[in-house]
Design a protein around this ligand. Sequence first.
Ligand code: NFE
Ligand code: MG
Length: 520
Amino acid sequence: VGRIIIDPITRIEGHLKIEAVVEDGEVKEARSTGTLFRGFELILKGRDPRDAQRITQRICGVCPTGHAMASALNLDSAFGIADKIPDNGRIMRNLMLGSNYLQSHILHFYHLAALDYVDVTAAAGYEGPDPALNSVKRFIERGELGPFVPRYEGDYRLSPEVNRQAVAHYVRALDMRRKAHEMLALFGGKMPHSVGIVPGGVTEVPTVDKIASFLWRLNEIRDFIDTVYIPDVLAVAGSYGDHFGIGRGSGDYLSYGVFDMDGREANLAKRDRLLPSGTVSAADLRPNALDAAKIREEVRHSWFADSSGGRHPSQGETSPQPGKDGAYSWLKSPRYDGRVHEVGPLARMLVAYARGDEKVKGLIDGALAQLGAPVTALLSALGRHAARALEAKLVADSMADWVLQLKPGEPVYFDYELPEEAEGMGLTEAARGALGHWIAIKDGRIANYQCVVPTTWNASPRDDRGQPGPIEQALQGVKVRDEENPFELVRIVRSFDPCLACAVHLVTPKGRSLGEFRVS
Ligand code: NFE
Ligand code: MG
């Protein structure tokens, strides 16, 4: 019996430790540990509720727009104006969040995950005119290998030509991400941590100028998705087909739904959204309606004081207890109806697919036909990459329609009065999955604020019943060829696109020591 400890996992956001027990070359059990402790939920206590829009975005520089959206929806509902957001405001919110999705998905594939499948060092031997490849080559020659090594050396299977192209696309992808940031800044002022999405709507008005500036950048990114991103994902899928068979996870999937298509339904779980809310199970791939009352956060294996049976986020509490017996993570364990649910692009696309969404069915069935793979192949490490790329196309193409629906001169914002007492809930989807914010307001101030974040679902530790989290389950049974070089494990973990900065967003009461940690 061997024990593999990967600490930290590189090329993700934040600090994640994975511990796997290996017997006869196969993972018997795995533990996922959030080793980072920071804090937001208690910072918010006692503040003006509107501060939540600014402060929660600081949870993360990759997905601040998701937190801006969740906090705005949360405050809309607490202020009683959830069904009053003008169409311009609703659409510009979607365009800002969509810009962040495109940036984030391209970042994840090219700059974080693809290097597990693409041998970037092959660029060292490049002789030719391509400026992107030459810039990587010079980078390597200068010995600046920082983003590329150290690495677990994979079994690189792409042909030299496809591999070389993928390295060139790594450089082009940087440019696409810059353009996506610019698009967001057109309506949100800046990125990250934009000021554009606020309770009531948005802060910027649409002009013909801004619409045109947005659209040409978007069309360039759409072209990149169609002619570069999706073909590269399919090329990886073609060469690493066995990765459709590993890394499945818990087999239950959850989406809150995202991108409001109409703003008149106050109940977010029922609102018409581009990607709908719901859950599906691998057993039958049939859609179930979302019931937000079934969400609980459990802490038996987390460094927090026990609250029996887990708590609904509206009653959530954050009470750190470092060194607690049996605990091994700073992440709580969110569960839905007592079951372990995976969240993210795969969950969103599966829920939409199960609900018979025509566009999503067209995209998924088309890609699967090209690969000669059944729909169950999606429930895997490679399936997550495919779902993310196809979702990028769906969102980008939809944004091209939405931006033309903006009406210069019409309102973007609905005014409100701050309530003395109120409760709110904001459900949306950040790029990495289901994101919920809950607020309780007393005496006009925040009495309690809770965030339940995508990576907390996916990288959660065991729950009160001992059920491992989605990433922990995805690693069980995986064959590891070489325990010194466990590239199979990091490929699976990275397919979830974890962000520990988001997942560990808790704080200790002032001045209390949390104990000491040695990073091994
Ligand atoms: Ni820090 Fe985040 C996203 C959120 S993930 S990236 O997307 O919310 O836990
Ligand atoms: Mg939380």
